[in-house]
Design a protein around this ligand. Structure first.
Ligand SMILES: *Cc1c(COP(=O)(O)O)cnc(C)c1O
Length: 404
């Protein structure tokens, strides 16, 4: 068995049909049928191994699935966006009740379409298991065949939820647990280890890593489920496109390096900001999984186990006013003010721009591949420009001496 970084480069080699070192970009949408009349079999379109029409299957998408399968060990289906993957998930499970938490607003949006169209019953994933009256609980409506959908780390905070706990809540009722692990791609988190049945990623983020493609992934536990997802994908029209998948194969070649670096840099930055919080009077709250375990031994135990290879590269800050939160991005030189995350470049977003349920004092930061000391300097200067007495140069001095 070869290791992660090797698989991310060579995991699809066995599918190559040319001697190009990089799989060529196949732009064709349609493939010639056999010229032998005896080989013309009715219904060929539903056989995932034959190349017929690119809405079903094409060589670049097959590369992605093979590479992700070799990295993670789980049957994988790729989609044209993260939300397509979530829609495929809910279509496959077809729950009567969905337990879903806060987190990415788009997944909630799909759940609400299901509620509107099919009367999907929803409960909140953090509803009490035992109701205050000791009798009924919203969890009573979760039954065999239903779905519990957990997002960890949670958007936009970058905080963690104990997957084992939600796996038990689901499995005790015969329901399935799906985990949106977009904020902690491999090798940071393997949700299956803690009881997940299906894992979802927006591959637009860390898998893509260059802010230049949209993609989604579902990882499942057996080939039968994968087969059924592929049949659904064919008719839902949600396969990834040819050009996008070539970009994603490119991205996977540096996947481990990027995620490891982004994770380490984020931890360095959060640690520094936390340590110097008193120097930034506008910085009210700092949210990140690395701070979640600070004062609680029990929390620390499951977090260390669940996130063995580093923390999520995404975190959030709350400033003391909405005006300050809107002002800070304009004071930064390296962080771009934009939505999304996981790319090589660091981003900051006044999150209310894309999620109107979130605090208007909140900014989400995605740490990229720049030198973390430069990023810290940018943040420190920006925070002090928004408000504070401290001389920036004293802090910059300390930042320059940080070992990374
Ligand atoms: C971005 C994101 C999605 C949606 O993915 P798209 O590729 O934009 O469709 C879903 N969940 C989380 C946690 C995300 O960050």
């Amino acid at each position: 068995m070869t290791a992660f970084s090797t698989n991310s480069i060579h995991g699809g080699d066995h599918l190559k049909t040319t001697n190009d070192v990089i799989t060529p970009i196949h732009v064709t949408t349609t493939y010639s049928y056999s010229s032998n009349p005896d080989e013309l079999i009715p219904g060929g379109l539903t056989d995932p191994n034959t190349l017929v029409y690119s809405r079903e299957n094409h060589p670049n998408a097959a590369q992605i699935e093979a590479i992700v399968e070799s990295i993670t060990g789980y049957p994988t289906v790729v989609y044209n966006s993260g939300l397509s993957a979530f829609n495929a998930l809910i279509t496959h499970v077809n729950p009567k009740t969905l337990a879903i938490g806060d987190g990415y607003h788009g997944c909630q949006g799909i759940a609400d379409i299901w509620k509107r169209n099919f009367g999907l019953h929803q409960i909140h994933i953090n509803d009490e298991e035992v109701a205050p009256d000791g009798k009924s609980s919203k969890w009573d409506s979760v039954k065999q065949g239903d779905l519990v959908h957990l997002e960890t780390p949670l958007n936009p905070y970058g905080t963690y939820f104990d997957i084992r706990k939600y796996a038990k809540l689901a499995h005790d009722r015969g329901a399935l647990l799906s985990v949106d692990a977009t904020f902690a791609p491999p090798p940071l988190l393997d949700p299956f280890k803690f009881g997940a049945d299906i894992v979802m990623h927006s591959a637009t983020k860390f898998f893509g890593g260059h802010s230049d493609l949209l993609a989604g992934l579902l990882l499942v536990k057996d080939q039968e489920v994968k087969k059924s997802l592929l049949l659904d994908r064919l008719v839902l029209g949600s396969n990834i496109a040819n050009l996008e998948s070539a970009l994603l194969v490119r991205s996977l070649r540096t996947f481990e390096l990027r995620v490891a670096r982004q994770s380490k840099s984020a931890e360095t930055i959060v640690k520094f900001l936390d340590l110097h919080k008193k120097d930034f009077p506008v910085l009210d709250v700092l949210h990140h999984g690395s701070l979640q375990q600070q004062n609680d031994e029990k929390e620390k135990e499951w977090i260390t186990e669940q996130m063995p290879n580093g923390h999520t590269p995404v975190f959030s800050i709350e400033l003391t006013s909405e005006d300050q939160a809107k002002l800070l991005p304009s004071k930064l030189k390296l962080f771009r003010h934009a939505t999304s995350l996981g790319g090589a470049e660091s981003l900051i977003e006044w999150r209310a721009m894309s999620d109107d349920h979130i605090s208007k004092k909140l900014l989400r930061l995605s740490i990229g591949l720049e030198d973390p000391r430069d990023l810290l300097e940018d943040l420190v200067r920006g925070l002090l420009a928004v408000g504070g007495e401290k001389e920036a140069d004293v802090l910059i001095e300390e930042i320059k001496s940080l070992k990374i």
